[in-house]
Design a protein around this ligand. Structure first.
Ligand SMILES: [Zn+2]
Length: 278
């Protein structure tokens, strides 16, 4: 098993504010993962994506990408669904050039649909995207459906697992803070790993940060904003223990306000529990 730690996007400490600069900085401080952010659009050229891929490989950093936020695969307007698929596929294309394993996205919003109807729509969209990815030779990239932190967003753990069960090439991206917020501050790490068991994943891609949420009834909440790891909401150490106990090969992308500093804290916690980073 191997553990991959690093930030979402270019870290604050990187002297050179570019993806290449970020990779060199992360390798220097001893981190081995980074999620390239296309959340406001895919601004990186195809050539740069290839260069980033070569540099990441040289430095031993595992890459993933985060697709634009402006995505709704449950929209009642077919044009908006197609535009969402195009945005995801554009990120996938760059991910493929970079050698990134996962392209993460938030699937969409229920709107007027029932959860069952939304699940059908997301499943159909994922199937269309996977077919296109196979045609284009991008199919080694996984479509990563993220668990979401708000009641109106499609993406409970069960929903994400169900899509991944139905559509080959889709994987869950477990956002631990989102699960915690959505369930009103409840999060049983062992339960999550059990729910994922049937998928037979070789690698689990996840996001971690502390999070503030507003409760909306018994066992339900909406995420408000991200907090540092030291907030202990949710607590990181029990997760680290569960990962080591189950020997899960995992990536933990830090989305905390202090990004890479919290990745380094996670590294310390794993070390204190006896894990040795090579
Ligand atoms: Zn996300």
């Amino acid at each position: 098993m191997k553990i991959f730690l690093g930030p979402a996007g270019v870290p604050a400490g990187a002297p050179e504010k570019s993806t290449l600069g970020a990779l060199r900085y992360l390798a220097g401080v001893g981190l081995n993962a980074m999620e390239v952010q296309f959340v406001r659009g895919v601004a990186m050229s195809p050539e740069m994506a290839e260069e980033v891929g070569r540099e990441a490989e040289r430095l031993g950093i595992r890459l993933s990408v985060h697709c634009p936020y402006f995505v709704n695969l449950c929209s009642p307007e077919p044009g908006k669904v197609r535009a969402s698929e195009r945005r995801i596929l554009q990120s996938v294309e760059r991910a493929s050039r970079m050698g990134a394993g996962v392209a993460t996205f938030h699937p969409g919003f229920y709107g007027r649909l029932s959860p069952e109807e939304a699940l059908e729509r997301v499943g159909e969209a994922c199937l269309r995207m996977r077919r296109e990815m196979e045609r284009r030779g991008w199919d080694e990239v996984r479509l990563g459906l993220e668990t979401t932190g708000k009641q109106r967003s499609f993406g409970t753990l069960q929903e994400v697992v169900e899509i991944c069960r139905r559509v080959e090439g889709c994987v869950p991206v477990v956002d631990w803070a989102h699960l915690y917020a959505r369930e009103g501050g409840r999060l049983d790490y062992a339960e999550v790993f059990e729910a994922l068991k049937g998928l037979g994943l070789r690698h689990l891609h996840t996001h971690f940060t502390g999070v503030e949420f507003s409760p909306v009834g018994e066992g339900r909440g909406n995420e408000k904003h991200h907090l540092e790891l030291s907030s202990d909401q949710p607590p990181f150490e029990p997760l680290a223990r569960e990962i080591l106990r189950r020997k899960v090969e995992i990536t933990l992308i830090s989305e905390s306000p202090v990004l890479e500093q919290d990745s380094l804290r996670m590294k310390e916690i794993f070390r204190s529990l006896g894990y040795r980073f090579s």
